[in-house]
Design a protein. Structure first.
Length: 142
């Protein structure tokens, strides 16, 4: 019997090569049987964890969309900087005409800013009045 000696294999493998083959084969069969027996449990765990992750992702997506909507709903009034500048100049005692020329604004606007304590909010319409013309638009030829 010719024995092939490999330098990296342990000594007992060289001596009992057929026995080692049967041990590895039996181990492979045992592992295969074990993994087949727990595959249903693994699949259930994967499905449960996947659904949990998807639910978390959907909840986070809804939260992100809600925050983005709130950010988009908040509008910064472009008049606020000019109003604050008018109030600073008013506190320094600068007359209305000079402020209006300096800021390139109407005297009436500057005068109305003088009277106000804070800038009155501008009302942005949430919808258009397309509803008034909906019948005309649907009946439009073409």
């Amino acid at each position: 019997m010719l024995i092939f000696v490999h330098p990296y294999l342990p000594f007992f493998v060289h001596c009992n090569l057929p026995l080692t083959f049967h041990l590895l084969s039996n181990l492979s069969d045992a592992l295969d049987t074990y993994f087949k027996s727990i595959s249903g449990t693994i699949n259930r765990l994967v499905k449960v964890k996947t659904s949990e992750l998807l639910n978390m992702y959907e909840a986070e997506s809804k939260n992100i969309l809600a925050v983005e909507k709130q950010i988009n709903d908040v509008r910064i009034d472009p008049r606020l900087d000019r109003f604050n500048k008018v109030k600073e100049l008013q506190a320094d005692g600068v007359p209305i005409l000079r402020i209006s020329k300096y800021l390139d604004m109407s005297r009436n606007t500057v005068q109305s800013y003088f009277v106000q304590e804070s800038l009155s909010p501008r009302v942005y319409p949430k919808s258009t009045n397309i509803e008034l013309f909906a019948n005309s638009i649907t009946l439009w030829p073409g």
